[in-house]
Design a protein around this ligand. Structure first.
Ligand code: BG6
Length: 503
């Protein structure tokens, strides 16, 4: 670990020990689009140990040279020398995930690399960028071949990285968990939520717990309500097969939205160590008031996009059933039953094919109790609002009331902006690079623990059941592509005399 004081900032930069990263699904979309470019970024920053090796594993009948060629096409061409050095650490193993020979060959390969590459024993990280339906089988076979066994000291370690979805509902999440824990301990599992790798999402903890000014007002006495938005311009793209089974609540709420909410609302952890942070998230999620399981319509709006702005509707997308009732938009109101947040509404919305791509958390404060600026009443003043901007721009904005310059007494909202790009330059790691780095370090802070997943399914499974069993009570609404979402979502806030922030 390297700790230093840099340009007025305390920095801790930790470089991972040498490892073999075994990438299942190495030829797939995620590996080519996200994982290899992110690993390359780490390599260029000196954050992939020089003795580390990446072993791509997939079914395609390729040799290492041809596989390197494929990866080359996925990397930026800005520094050909670095790119070639990076490609030199990549190897390829052809294999069928359902056959024992694959794991025997993998075992032989790993043993050979262990002997050859480094004076320090290599950690092994198995990244499963494959269908979740294969998780149980692949992990069982890895364990059967002895490849997940760790020495008692835990060093060198054997860890597994998994991508969502972690189950389809509470029962399937528990079944998956049970299957994983037959071969792995919880400390060997890294479950990815790529939102946790985003710079501004990580900043929430530092903003709240490394500053004095926010904590005194971060509660029901000063906060009127909170809005969390993840809006996308894109539609379902080529993922109809997955999306038709999933829908937006499973795809975005059960994971990304809830993780952001937990970071914004949890109590201060005892330390910034992985389990201390995850304990607080768990406590927070368990404090969310359960929804009406017979009919959650008072707190949930579900909707689907129809054609608009020259774009097709969801039901016209390739692979989508012509009568599909899958939701592509959800707006929700929830309450956290604890001393800090009792009766403060948290409004969450996320949707595909909306007017703009935007992810943010907005803390909207209460009005001042009394105005001395008659005839302006306190209720006429815009409430102070702190916006944590996750994307596309990463940063923060605080809107407060100020006197507009000039001889008249004019009051207006004035916004203080903070932009991450100016703060840190263009040197940020993207979310996947950050999470891969943490996985290589064996640091679990930004990965999701199984009890947190179970708690989030416990919250949302009854809503999904009610939508399935009593569709009349929670009707599916519709919104034209390219708009701000359905009118019913606006009504959810109107009933509380509030409105959504514009997209
Ligand atoms: C993924 C979802 O987890 O997150 C996608 O499966 C969604 O449906 C994506 O588009 C959004 O991520 P980002 O980083 O583009 O906001």
């Amino acid at each position: 670990m390297q700790e230093n004081y840099w340009q007025g900032k305390w920095c801790i930069e930790v470089a991972p020990a040498p490892a073999v990263l075994v990438l299942f699904g190495a030829g797939g979309d995620l590996a080519q689009r996200k994982l290899f470019p992110s690993l390359y970024r780490l390599f260029r920053r000196g954050l992939l140990h020089e003795d580390s090796v990446i072993l791509g594993c997939a079914r395609a009948p390729l040799e290492t040279a041809a596989f390197r060629e494929k990866v080359r096409g996925a990397l930026p061409a800005d520094d050909p020398g670095a790119r070639e050095r990076f490609l030199d650490v990549i190897y390829y193993l052809r294999g069928d995930y359902r056959q024992d020979e694959t794991y025997q060959a993998l075992g032989a390969e790993l043993r050979a690399l262990d002997r050859k590459e480094s004076a320090t024993p290599l950690n092994h990280l198995f990244y499963l960028a494959i269908s979740t339906t294969l998780y149980g089988e692949v992990i069982g076979r890895l364990a059967g071949a002895g490849l997940l066994r760790e020495p008692e000291s835990g060093v060198p370690w054997r860890h597994v990285v998994l991508e969502k979805p972690f189950g389809h509902d509470l029962a399937s999440a528990e079944a998956l968990d049970h299957e994983l824990h037959r071969s792995l301990t919880e400390s060997q599992i890294c479950r990815i939520d790529h939102y946790l790798g985003k710079e501004t999402v990580q900043n929430i903890a530092m903003l709240r717990f490394a500053n004095l000014v926010f904590e005194p007002v971060w509660n029901r006495h000063y906060v009127d309500h909170v809005q969390i938005t993840v809006a996308e311009e894109l539609g379902v793209e080529h993922r109809a097969g997955y999306y038709e089974q999933s829908g937006l609540l499973r795809d975005m709420f059960q994971n990304h939205m809830l993780e952001m909410l937990a970071l914004a609302a949890m109590e201060m952890p005892q330390s910034f160590l992985p389990d201390a942070v995850r304990d607080e998230k768990l406590k927070l999620i368990r404090s969310i008031r359960p929804f009406d399981s017979a009919c959650p319509a008072a707190d949930f709006v579900r909707a689907q996009y129809v054609a608009g702005a020259g774009l097709p509707g969801y039901r016209e997308e390739p692979g989508v059933a012509a009568d599909s009732n899958i939701e592509t938009y959800v707006a929700a109101r929830l309450f956290i039953d604890n001393w800090r947040w009792r009766d403060v509404p948290f409004y969450l919305r996320s949707g595909k094919r909306l007017g703009r791509k935007l992810s943010e958390i907005a803390i909207v404060f209460k009005h001042v109790p009394h105005s001395i600026f008659s005839p302006i009443r306190s209720a006429d003043m815009e409430p102070d609002t702190l916006v944590l901007k996750v994307q596309p721009e990463e940063g923060m904005a605080l809107t407060i009331q100020a006197k507009q310059p000039g001889p008249k007494l004019c009051m207006g909202g004035m916004t203080l902006h903070f932009n991450y790009a100016e703060f840190a330059g263009a040197d940020n790691l993207d979310a996947y690079a950050r999470l891969l780095l943490d996985a290589l370090l064996g640091d679990q802070t930004l990965f999701i623990r199984s009890d947190v997943i179970a708690a989030s399914w416990q919250l949302f499974s009854p809503v999904l059941d009610a939508w399935r069993d009593s569709p009349d009570c929670s009707p599916l609404h519709f919104y034209p592509a390219g708009t701000d979402g359905p009118d019913a979502a606006a009504r959810l806030l109107f009933q509380d005399h509030r409105e959504w922030r514009p997209l």
